[in-house]
Design a protein around this ligand. Sequence first.
Ligand code: NIG
Ligand code: FE
Length: 402
Amino acid sequence: MSVPCDLIIYNVNIAPMKEETANFINNAAIGITEGKVTYIGDSENAPAQPKSKIDGNGQWLLPGFIDCHTHLVHAGNRSNEFDLRLQGVSYEEIAKQGGGINSTVSATRDASEALLLDSAIKKTKRLLEEGVTCIEIKSGYGLDFDTECKMLRVAKSIEKHLPVNITTTYLGAHALPPEYSNRADDYIDFVCETMIPHIAKENLADAVDVFCESIGFSPTQCQRVFTAAQQHGLQIKAHVEQLSDLKGAVLACEYKAHSVDHLEYLDPSDVSALKENNTVAVIIPGAFYYLNEKRKPPVDALRQHRIPMAVATDLNPGTSPIASLLTSANMASVLFGLTPYESLLGMTKHAAQALGLSNKGQLFVGADADFSLWGIDHPADLVHSINYHRPTNIWVAGQNVR
Ligand code: NIG
Ligand code: FE
């Protein structure tokens, strides 16, 4: 009996990204039916009578890449701060003077929904050119009720314009908005009692995030946000240990965070908290690079404890204006010493895990048929070079979108 199959792509080398160490299938085929992978294996045993067939000409096939940490919905421009930082003014100092995140907050509050969408689409297109098929987008540049909701609506609506899956994260505890100056606890009341219940009820976000830092919010304030998120069934993520060690990662892990992100100042002895709670370490080399940070995340300890490490762009107008996940992967390897395969896992399997998406980031029977074809000699080529490669074809939910 022949198994029904919409499409077979044969004569490909497949990097399924299921295993923690490199494991590839050469001279392989992949079958897809109704948006799912229904066959993966050698070409000879592939379903014999698919509705259509494509010769992959010996190219490499990898899961669609996932950028699991971005702030790509925003307005305004902060290249003036780049100039200031090059003159020696620190990121913290700029923030204390009312620049930094709050500068983008004021531009984003003023921007229309149409303008925000237009600018977000341009940045999203740059990510998609490199085979990204799923993106997490945070709010956090509105901080008031209307602008936070506007950002989350804009983020989700990108799916209607481009072939990509979007997950959204409410980052109300990103910075203290000017109207709450010296009243951080009152602002956290608003985040926990007004925003999170509304966001959960209206299904505006999948997760809640915080910026646990001296220029962000204290561990006690973040803990209140985690409690509210948990009560409303939202996933938890956290910007922690980016500029100092406030033990935010350990705290977020106690709340079963899906991911803790940045981690330059994470104490190696705290890494076990991630293991115990199945939390992903999201490594963000772009912000490290732009802030000319010297301290690196404890990659050796993370590796020893077998903590899944994801790699993300953190695409944002201040600390990481990088619309290229492959460049971030290259930086993760060059700056932090991830092997090329670890960096690839960081954009696939581990990025999916950071978002709680079990059907993405790996290719197996039953997975979402999101993948791309590359004319490369080896998957490591994608991490080794910068701006050399683009996929020749991309499929999202089984549809050939390029
Ligand atoms: O991930 N650390 C806090 N949030 C962003 C920066 C946002 C900004 O500077 O606009 C980050 O680095
Ligand atoms: Fe961020």
